[in-house]
Design a protein around this ligand. Structure first.
Ligand code: ADP
Ligand code: MG
Ligand code: MG
Length: 905
């Protein structure tokens, strides 16, 4: 017959039964049971007990609520062993053994299932206990606890009637606290509780201890399928077929007067990770009092004052358990008349900050290896770590206004503004701003930069708002569909609450929550020495390089302090969008002839040179990849519709002007707008994404890219003259055919050489290409004969491989595909390994075959995604490049990849 019940002292047998694997032992005995037995074997003081297996639970549930054959008999045999071990007898009024009956699944589900304490009491036994302990108050307090717990857990009686009885009694004797009630009071409460049981269950409380035990065991098994437990498993992805074990354990008493106490204790601080005991401590109380919060607890340091010896013992046990489990422990303990008992231990929950510190400390203490320390910290934890967050104490009990997608972690607290210009203005005035928009577009970026956080009602995880927010480390909540924004009234409404412009709100970008008002935040510590140490270990282990996508010196600087080893992508066009540049680039586009065009380019040259100069200096000694202009030109001109509207408006106004000079300016404006409109019409393409952009622009307007190359090399020479070690790498976007690359390189390298010759200086440089079109990937061998480096532009490569436009897809069918499981992941978030990844693999192999020292990297948004980083490692890329804020995450992920850690990607 199957062995269903194991004494805590029979761990060896349980191990043998499952083949020695600890995970399987936890599966069989549950986490609580396995660890209780394990602690017993380690010599930690654990009250004797036994565990009924999860297999028994599953059999019980499968049989519709009947123990499997032999189960109950085995429990009785184990019970007799407990009586033997304790010298007490279950049901014996003179030396009563009392028991707790506790649930405990393989994965911890705190408070989700049921436990009954103080089993084994009835009228006669309670009287006996009162006599033998000389403490009637204590005995009747236990009895009423049993009646209440048994009533609620086993008989499903609501708490309310029990609480009512207690309230009445307190009022009757004028007591404020339970501590003010005496033996007579508890006796009266017990009688009333029996009445409650009778009324609600239609039967007497079972006075036979064995029946109590049997029914409590059944209730524990049944609690696996309780609503709370099922919901919790759904929410945390715990399988429903694990079942719970039941732990039956000798009661120890923290409520037996002086020198008795109970508490919960972490072996290290769960918030900060500091290596000291942290916890709650309650004198003269029983375990559930701490959890239930019926009495205010003391910090564990009070134990040090009251009983340094026991405190010392607890600390020793904590150390021993940490050494054994090689992890921070969360322990329940009880002190019975000065004697310490440990009732539970498990790996403790902790904040990201604590996780990092504990991992590093434990590696330094040689409890774990550095590799293990690295593996313990997840990229998401590093992410959380890097952003300020809402103060948990401020959030407690506050109901959020709305919920959306958590796309960029951290907290943002500020006043609501509804457009980018206002946001920017308010930001300049020194206000904290939250930019609230239906969605965002590239020309909202200045407002986003000025804001502390971003909130949108539309858009998904990779919407413009989400990407830009992440890029700049701005907390953001997007896709808050319940939010109704009225841009005219300048308000938004959600769930009946109206928020007006200027009102304060608080965003939790880590959870995707929006709160009303100004909540407190706690600042993350970027210079945290533990994170720095951990990441330096990651650097020792990873093979992939980590660079940053940065367009401005300011971002490059941040990237460098975060550990970037160069710039993988500088988008030159971002600079063109700045207020002082846009007119110049527009002049270039509007030029009637070459002379005008050259003049416009000449005006742009010094500005570009200044941009690159700053980047090179920040990245002294490191490579800087500069991508030549990429977007279609119409993006630099006003939108077609806007121009049409402006023109109509002007025409109307023209009729009301009186002075000649007024009319003249208006006419001139009209004329300019007209020309712009013609140009916009001429540039209009049915499919701009597949139109005249990237290298194609360079082919048509060589003067533009020549100017860029000249700016790069003039800046490089200047920096070199100042002693800076410059390493420019010029990258040509959107190449699909080697012919394009040959033609461009002939022009551009000539320009580069001429510029250096003029400066009488040489700088090391490279010319390379992006791989973002399937044809480029397929013909990578040919491209590598010309290009000295490849950089995968996986955003475009994903679009062109799938043949979809991202903006359209993410607004429409892609969402549906993800919802229906046609695609398991958004390919714009995590590289599609089977499609895009295969093209990348081919390109790496072909490219490196032709040019062994070909440098290959990735600069798409994927470069900061852990699962994609794993793929890049596997494909043998030289580096990944991502936004500065993701650099620490990429460093860790690259180390994880090198350590062969599995991802869910
Ligand atoms: P939970 O999973 O809700 O923590 P537990 O089974 O761990 O449930 O028990 C609830 C409380 O009762 C805990 O504080 C625990 O320490 C205490 N407790 C359980 N068994 C005993 C016992 N045998 N003696 C004293 N206290 C106990
Ligand atoms: Mg517990
Ligand atoms: Mg691209």
């Amino acid at each position: 017959m199957e062995k269903y019940v194991y004494l805590f002292t029979e761990l060896d047998e349980a191990e043998a039964a499952v083949g020695g694997d600890w995970d399987a032992v936890r599966g069989l005995l549950g986490g609580k049971g396995a660890n209780l037995a394990d602690m017993t074997r380690l010599g930690v003081p654990v009250p004797p007990g036994f565990t009924g297996t999860t297999r028994a639970c599953n059999a019980y549930l499968a049989r519709g609520g009947e123990f499997p054959e032999g189960y109950w008999e085995q429990e009785i045999v184990a019970l007799e062993a407990l009586e033997e071990a304790t010298g007490k007898r279950f049901g014996d009024p003179s030396t009563p053994l009392l028991l707790s009956c506790r649930s405990g699944a393989k994965r911890s589900m705190p408070g989700m299932m049921d436990t009954v304490l103080n089993l084994g009491l009835n009228d006669e036994i309670t009287e006996g206990l009162a006599g033998s302990t000389g403490d009637a108050r204590f005995a009747y307090d236990l009895y009423r606890r049993l009646l209440h717990m048994f009533g609620s857990v086993v008989l499903n009686i609501p708490d309310h009637p029990f609480e009512q009885v207690l309230d009445q009694r307190r009022a009757h004797v004028g007591a404020k606290l339970d501590a003010d009630l005496d033996a007579e009071d508890w006796k009266a409460v017990v009688e009333a509780y029996k009445g409650v049981v009778r009324t609600f269950s239609g039967a007497e409380f079972p006075s036979d201890p064995r029946e109590q035990l049997r029914r409590a065991t059944e209730a524990v098994f049944r609690s696996w399928n309780g609503k709370r437990a099922v919901d919790y498993r759904n929410a945390s992805g715990i399988p429903h077929d694990l079942g719970t074990a039941v732990n039956v354990q000798t009661m120890v008493f923290g409520n037996i007067g002086e020198g008795s106490a109970t508490g919960v204790c972490m072996s290290r601080d769960g918030t900060t990770g500091e290596p000291h005991l942290e916890g709650d401590y309650l004198e003269n109380a029983q375990g559930e009092d701490v959890v239930a919060g019926v009495r205010a607890t003391d910090p564990i340091s009070v134990l040090l004052e009251r009983n340094p010896a026991v405190y010392g013992e607890l600390r020793e046990i904590a150390r021993k358990l940490e050494a054994h489990y090689r992890n921070m422990q969360d322990m329940e303990f009880t002190i019975e008349r000065g004697k310490l008992w440990v009732l539970q231990t498990r790996d403790g929950k902790r904040t990201a900050e604590a996780e990092v510190r504990i991992a590093v400390d434990m590696a330094n203490e040689e409890l774990i290896s550095r590799e293990e320390a690295l593996l313990r910290v997840s990229p998401e934890q590093v992410d959380v770590f890097l952003h300020p967050k809402l103060d948990p104490r401020a959030v407690g009990g506050v109901k959020p206004l709305a919920k959306g997608l958590a796309v960029s972690p951290g907290a943002a607290v500020g006043q609501v503004f509804f457009d980018a210009d206002t946001a920017e203005r308010m930001g300049k005035e020194g206000r904290s701003v939250v930019l609230v928009r239906p969605d965002t577009k590239p020309d909202d970026v200045h407002g986003m930069l000025a804001a502390k956080g971003i909130l949108t009602s539309r858009g998904g995880r990779t919407s413009h708002a989400a990407l830009v927010a992440r890029q700049f480390g701005k907390p953001a909540v997007v896709g808050v569909t319940d939010m109704e924004i009225d841009l005219v009234a300048r308000t938004f409404e959600t769930d009946g609450t109206v928020v007006e412009e200027g009102d304060w709100i608080s965003l939790d970008g880590t959870r995707g929550l929006v709160y009303e008002g100004e909540l407190a935040t706690v600042v993350a510590d970027l210079d945290n020495p533990y994170l720095a140490a951990l990441l330096s270990w990651a650097d020792d282990i990873r093979r992939l390089g980590v660079r940053a996508n940065a367009d401005y010196p300011r971002d490059a600087e941040r990237a460098r302090t975060y550990g970037a080893e160069g710039i993988g992508l500088c988008r030159t066009e971002h600079m063109f969008f700045e207020a002082d540049r846009l007119p110049l680039i527009q002049n270039m586009i509007m030029a009637k002839d070459h002379v005008e065009q050259d003049a416009a380019l000449a005006a742009l040259l010094p500005l570009q040179r200044g941009d690159f100069d700053g980047l090179f200096r920040v990245m002294d000694g490191l490579p800087v990849i500069i991508r030549l202009i990429d977007p279609p030109l119409h993006e630099f001109l006003p939108a077609h519709d806007q121009l049409v509207r402006d023109l109509a408006d002007l025409k109307v106004r023209l009729q009301h002007f009186h002075t000649l000079s007024e009319i003249d300016t208006a006419l001139e404006e009209l004329h300019t707008k007209q020309r712009y409109l013609e140009r916009v019409d001429a540039l209009a393409e049915a499919n701009p994404m597949l139109g005249t952009r990237g290298v194609r622009l360079g082919m048509l307007i060589p003067g533009l890219v020549r100017m860029q190359v000249r700016a790069i090399f003039e800046a490089a020479c200047r920096c070199k003259r100042d002693g800076v070690d410059v390493r420019p790498e010029v990258m040509i976007p959107l190449v699909s055919h080697v012919g394009e690359l040959r033609a461009m390189l002939a022009t551009l390298e000539e320009e580069a050489k001429a510029t250096m010759a003029k400066q009488a200086l040489e700088v090391p440089y490279k010319f390379g290409t992006m791989i973002e079109i399937p044809r480029a990937a397929v013909t990578a061998g040919e491209l590598a004969s010309v290009a000295e480096f490849f950089s995968f532009g996986t955003n475009d490569l994903t679009q062109t491989t799938f043949g979809i436009s991202r903006d359209d897809a993410e607004k429409g069918f892609l969402v549906e595909y993800l919802r229906r499981g046609v695609l398991s992941r958004n390919p714009f978030e995590t590289i599609d390994a089977e499609g895009v990844g295969r093209l990348m693999q081919w390109a790496v192999q072909e490219g490196k075959a032709v040019r062994p020292d070909l440098e290959v990297g990735i600069c798409g948004e994927h470069g900061g995604d852990p699962a994609s980083i794993h793929l890049c490692h596997k494909l043998g890329l030289d580096y990944v490049s991502c936004s500065p804020f993701r650099v620490p995450i990429a460093r860790l992920s690259a180390a994880h990849a090198a350590l062969g850690k599995a991802t869910n990607g």
